[in-house]
Ligand binder design. Structure first.
Ligand SMILES: [Zn+2]
Length: 47
């Protein structure tokens, strides 16, 4: 099994390691569909 797993961010489309995604237990893979960078932008825009 590969130790370093990556996934493609649904927002920016860049493949990043899972460490760049917030944990989200409601997701099937326990990580958000978008990366931390994109999540931060979403959070700011929601203000
Ligand atoms: Zn992203």
């Amino acid at each position: 099994m590969p130790a370093a797993t990556t996934k493609v961010c649904q927002k920016c489309g860049i493949s990043k390691p899972l460490s760049q995604y917030h944990h989200n237990t409601t997701r099937s893979d326990n990580h958000n569909g978008i990366c931390k960078d994109c999540q931060n932008k979403v959070n700011k825009s929601n203000n």
